[in-house]
Ligand binder design. Structure first.
Ligand code: NAD
Length: 253
């Protein structure tokens, strides 16, 4: 009979790093997790690149995620976001998200700062989450700010009682990031003694601000990302080339 391939098999070098990280996780009083799109790929979530196939041929989805598109290319803007919401509805958080939720409940991590708009950390059961780029779980009136569940955006009528346009509650290119989440994330980064990046290329601001801020204030900086990032040289521990799900399962052992 064929033996099933063991799931979490790491090279000695990676295993050593994981053992060290397990020790740091035990020792730390304020552990902050910072997540990017790479946290959700194992949930099967379509990213911008896959959204650019099929109906998005010849259209750059990044251009649709903008205030410019919302004002001047409204139907495509609506189609694009409805497509993303539908993509979300067919996926769910993976084991890695659930482990982070368990860790928060156990006091092993204090908060999550995320660039993701999928709401998976909420669905998985985390409570202390700073969503830097907003969320696709709700929508609001662009004019008066009244909030609605995302189902309203998926329906026919996108006009608020005030006459304004009902749009998804994500931060579009051309808009500022939510002040409350930004301030809270800055405070948490400063207070952290362990700051762990999961699945972010750290290529955009302020994604690259928080890890540096944490490090400057004395935190150990850990970066776990499939590809190298520009901040790897600043980090105390870097793991490239591995999947977040396997890493979190191993750390949870
Ligand atoms: P990014 O695409 O720039 O970087 C993601 C990184 O994750 C990549 O470097 C990749 O190597 C790594 N990665 C992918 N799968 C991985 C896995 N299984 N294990 C380990 N690493 C993995 O994403 P970003 O840094 O979050 O920034 C890009 C922007 O895209 C953000 O503004 C974000 O809001 C937006 N975005 C969000 C979602 C979402 O809500 N899930 C989806 C697509 C894009």
């Amino acid at each position: 009979m064929k033996r099933r391939k063991q799931e979490n098999v790491f090279s000695n070098k990676v295993q050593e790093k994981l053992n060290l990280l397990k020790k740091w996780l035990k020792q730390a009083d304020q552990t902050v997790i910072f997540t990017g799109a790479g946290m959700s790929t194992e949930a099967g979530l379509p990213d911008f690149r896959s959204a650019s196939s099929g109906m998005w041929n010849n259209i750059n989805p990044l251009e649709l995620a903008s205030t410019e598109a919302m004002e001047h290319n409204r139907q495509q803007f609506i189609d694009f976001y409805r497509h993303r919401v539908e993509g979300l509805q067919s996926c769910q958080p993976h084991t890695g998200h659930r482990i982070l939720s368990k860790w928060e409940a156990a006091g092993k991590i204090q908060s999550i700062i995320t660039q993701n708009v999928d709401g998976f950390h909420h669905t998985a059961g985390n409570h202390r989450i700073e969503e830097l780029h907003g969320t696709l779980r709700s929508c609001h009136c662009h004019n008066c700010g009244r909030s609605y569940p995302i189902e309203r955006f998926m329906g026919e009528d996108l006009t608020c009682s005030c006459g304004g346009f009902i749009r998804p509650s994500v931060v579009l290119f051309g808009e500022s990031l939510p002040e409350k989440a930004l301030n809270q994330a800055a405070e948490e980064s400063e207070a952290a003694d362990l700051f762990i990046v999961l699945g972010s290329s750290l290529s955009v601001s302020p994604a690259n601000y928080f890890p540096i801020e944490a490090k400057r204030n004395g935190a150990k900086l850990v970066i776990i990302n499939k590809e190298e990032t520009a901040l790897d040289p600043e980090a105390d521990l870097v793991i490239n080339g591995e999947k977040i799900g396997s890493i979190l399962r191993e750390l949870d052992n």
